[in-house]
Design a protein around this ligand. Structure first.
Ligand code: HEC
Length: 128
């Protein structure tokens, strides 16, 4: 085998590996890409609620998936009659109670969020 063959062979393998990497990473990027507030069609109150969500809820709850993190995913939470995990009615009263008082492993937010912030957050949760 000449030096030349070896060089071509190595280049081929490098290309194959790069192509495989590109294929395996590209679809994942699309799924993970974060949509802007405008793309989600959020009004200013809902966008303010999304900021609070990102800061206080996102580490435990997926907003656009039903997949669980530390807590259940919240996608479509107000579209069902009952909350998926607890089975409580999916209405503003119950959900704001859960946020203010916490529940089992979930911390309470009545000390960290104002009434106004909870209202903004609720407006955003209704868009999920
Ligand atoms: C430290 C992790 C953590 C954080 C932060 C957190 N949660 Fe939770 N949340 C949980 C867990 C765990 C549960 C399940 C409680 C139970 O056992 O019923 C839960 C339950 C819920 C439920 C009821 C879901 C159901 O199907 O019954 C809602 C709604 C909810 N959380 C909303 C929020 C919102 C909104 C925030 C941000 C203000 C938030 N959570 C912050 C962990 C968290």
């Amino acid at each position: 085998m000449s030096n030349n063959d070896c060089g071509y062979e190595r280049m081929c393998w490098t290309l194959i590996v790069l192509a495989a990497l590109a294929l395996s990473v590209a679809p994942g990027c699309n799924v993970e890409r974060r949509k802007s507030d405008a793309e989600l069609g959020l009004n200013p109150q809902q966008a303010a609620g999304r900021k609070i969500y990102d800061h206080d809820c996102d580490r435990c709850h997926e907003p656009y998936s039903t997949k669980g993190k530390k807590g259940p995913g919240l996608k479509g939470m107000f579209r069902n009659k009952y909350l998926r995990l607890s089975g409580l009615p999916a209405n503003d009263e119950r959900v704001s109670d859960i946020i203010r008082l916490g529940r089992n492993e979930m911390p309470a937010f009545s000390q960290t969020l104002s009434q106004r912030q909870i209202e903004d957050l609720m407006a955003y949760l209704h868009t999920l």
